[in-house]
Design a binder for this molecule. Sequence first.
Ligand SMILES: Nc1ncnc2c1ncn2[C@@H]1O[C@H](COP(=O)(O)OP(=O)(O)OP(=O)(O)O)[C@@H](O)[C@H]1O
Length: 599
Amino acid sequence: MLLNIKKLYRLLTTDQRRRLLRLQVLVVAMAFAEMASIAAIGPFMAVVGDMSRLEGEGILGDLYRLHGAEDPTTFLFWMGLGVLGVLAVAVLVSILTTWKLSLYSQQVGAELSTRLFKHYMKQNWLFHSNGSSSELTNKIAQECRRISDNVLTPLMHMNAKMVMVLFISLAIFFFNPWVALIGVALFGTVYWVLYRTVRRKLTNNGNVISATNRHRFKLMNEGFGGIKDTLLLARQAEFNRRFERSSRQLGRAKGTTKALSQAPRYLMEFVAFGAVIMLVLYLLVSHQGNLGVILPILSVYAMAGFKLLPAFQQIYGGLATVRGNIASFDNLQGDLEASHHDSDGDDGAQPKEKWVPRDAICLDNITFRYPGKAEAALDGINLTIPVNGVVGLVGASGSGKSTAIDLLLGLIEPDEGHLKLDGHPVTRSNLRTWQNSVGFVPQSIFLADASIRENIAFGLPLEKIDDEKVRRATQMAHLDELLDRLPDGLDTRVGERGIQLSGGQRQRIGIARALYDDAEVLVLDEATSALDGITERLVMQAIHDFSGKKTIIMIAHRLATVKPCSCIYLMDSGRIIDSGTYDELVENNKTFQRMADHA
Ligand SMILES: Nc1ncnc2c1ncn2[C@@H]1O[C@H](COP(=O)(O)OP(=O)(O)OP(=O)(O)O)[C@@H](O)[C@H]1O
């Protein structure tokens, strides 16, 4: 656990470390204030127990004479007020320190989740296509909160309480070394034994919490994401059962961890009472029952105990909570370390200019393998797309069409060969400018739970949306008719995943989105495969309207869709096996003929 805490510290930014260091000043101030409040009670109780002390030598007597009070009771009254003043200052310093500590841990937690979010947003398409979005959501939402609430917050408070325990114990040590040693040894040992006993259980609970959280997020994602299938296949009971089981395990693990961190308090109160009784008896015997001597000593110990006991409990509780939740850090450590090395600079610093090809877009002898796969998804393909032409990409399922498109879009990098525009290779440094001229319409359009306007200008806040661009995009995508029928027009909200819209309407919103930035090159990945004949014709009409004005590359299963293309490339097992117009391919290529026969 210590190792993990060290690693967590190393992940803090320089500013976070500096803030932590500054907090230590407050922590020490709090320990001093608490110590002063304990020390202040002693002289006061000494005078209460024996007023004649004011007449004698020593600081109290000097103060009494200096004060010039008429009688000892008035002096005692002022002394009481003074003690209260010291206590009030101690309380204020403690409130301030606790507040700052809580604020710090929550802010660091929030910064860690922002850092993770940015890190995942920065990852390439391969990372996202091979991972699970519910896993990422769980890490950012749940695991980061566990780190801030159940690791950082208890650590910060433990840190403060440990310094306080140390200072108060030292003070008592100078007052009476035996009482200090016995007290610290007694409470320290009992808490340590308790902690050692429950340690393994806490670690297990931590792992159970991580696993069940992950599982619950996955089930929510699958259940709601595939709600249509869930309803039709009547799988609700199955989802409910699995969710319930995970929730029950989560509840039990969280509850046990909380109970294990809090329950010993009552046992410790019992031990503390026992210790106080033993102390009273010891003092009575050693001072022959002289209350005047016993009272101030007892009140100092009582006050110290009053401060120390909750501090011990908080250190133990903190330790137990951290132990029960450090698994969340194990879960995030790799990603947090990677995000630590991310540069913050590229936020919003993307080039705005476009690299519009004038002549042709080429995939030049490209080979690509997905990580961990021996077989090449693209095996030395050559493909030329003339500017303002309409090119189709066809082939059996798994032949590499989507991979070729991802490469064209710059979402993945080739292992060999180049993507070239007018003969110039696209590299990491100029990729953004190429992507600025491309619009992509995927097979299934993701619709955010927002207005049609926001969905067309995807990802932009309302104030940054250019209404003129939206209007032009809706016109080109033949969305006007739909918008005229909707009472709120562009402001109509579409549900999550756009369930209130038909497939064709969704597809046209997707096309409008691709056109919002006036893309010169349009890439469509089976954009019409899910549509009925009439809707498909409408969508295709919208697309073919751009013929001669924009470069269009489309993947299609239905050969009718690619019939008007000036060139069709036929793919098989990651290779381009033929190309030509529809008629040429029907005439010359047997595979294409078979595909046309089955179309
Ligand atoms: N993210 C991925 N990780 C690993 N392998 C992948 C990944 N995506 C695709 N593949 C593999 O690469 C090959 C080509 O897949 P691709 O999706 O490009 O084919 P496709 O022609 O578009 O198929 P379909 O028409 O079914 O969409 C397939 O063997 C597939 O299993």
